[in-house]
Design a protein around this ligand. Sequence first.
Ligand code: TRP
Length: 463
Amino acid sequence: MSERKSTSFSSKVGLIMAAAGSAVGLGNIWKFPYIAGENGGGAFLIVYLLCVLLFGMPLIMTEFLIGKRSGKSAFGAFRALNGNDRWQWLSWLCMMTAFIIMGFYFVVTGWCFNYLFEAVRHTFDGFGTEALTAHFATVSSNTPRMIGFSLLPVVLTAAVLWFDVNTGIERLSKLLMPLLLLMMLLMAGRVLMLDGSNVGMRFFFQTDFSKITPKVIMEAMGQCFFSLSIGMGALITYGAYMPKSQNVTGTSVQVIILDTLVAILAGIIIFPAVFAFGFNPAEGPQLVFVVLPAIFEQMSFSWFSGVLFFSLLCIAALTSTISLMEVAVAFVCEASEAFANNGKKKHGKAFNRHQSVLIVSALVGGLIVLCVLSMTGAFSGLTFFGHNLFEWFDEVTACIMLPIGALGMSLFVGWCLPKNGEKGVLHADKGIKRWFRKIYIFVLRWLVPIAIILIFLNSLGVL
Ligand code: TRP
């Protein structure tokens, strides 16, 4: 196995920040407001919070524990813990999920870079609601521009993985995460002073229970997995690098709190502004990109605010893409090594880390081009059941692949591995109290799998 000791984290805070950097990203600031806006605001929020409580804690803990116990990435972890290949399908699922998420996540990151670039060159002062909506449509339908801006973050992410500078990133996110929070607090403060902002607050915080439909529950579960980076083994890698003395429970709680805080803050910024400026909350994926510039217009130092916020957003996106791409790169590296050493005969040479970064970047680049073309370019007529590739990638990963990954992991740890003793994952963290172990195993064995299956069946209309 190619162990990469150099990437281990320098401190406990460093690991928390890195895992939080993976969790906090476009999922919180871009996806959460748009999905909440489409699914009834307050109704969505309450179901989302319930999902975070039910799934967040046990599943984040599970991924950390799998990594910490095995010391391996998603490719080697299941085999190492189980001693055979019966659960290897899970690592394949993780790898495929990573690719498909990257296929659309980089496109949205591209939108962020585009807006950063524009924010540097000019302010959006005087644009108005309609002009901002039209502007997004113009920008996002410029195919060559969008391909360029989406490939830029691929190159940046690949560079980080190539030079193995994760410790640098760890230090950077320790500094920038508080800055992002501060900036968002300032924006929330400004937005809440706008006339009519209370309508938005009511939309976001008032629960109309009649709006909780099977679709809302499904979307909330998917969003919970997506936002917390659960269900495709990204956090297994972080667990593998976790210092032995670090406790999994505390780390998980901190990541969950930070991630949820940023999502709620994003809602408090976006919805009051949506109603104050007369946007439509169910606008779809472009929601935050049309609303944010309108907010900067209202702030003092509008140029500076815009540039600062979009810079922080781009960096938050990059700390997430790093964790996504790492899963794929480790998979290609380790799978090719396993293949090369399989049996007595040598089957050629394994890919080293640099080659794996190149292969993954090329494949992801291809997916991104397809995705952009299907939205606005040559393939825009090509839809499946009325949705383009971007919408499919987004929907299929959040609502199907991540839940299946999470289900697999909960069954693996809950039922397949022994509860106690050296072979169980809990062996990785001796600090967990006995009563808490019992609850953890019970939730993982019963509550999590049953809830995921019920939500699936419910959304299929079976129940
Ligand atoms: N959680 C990140 C966000 O909110 C996206 C992300 C990074 C992710 N790594 C992941 C999602 C692994 C699922 C699985 O933007």
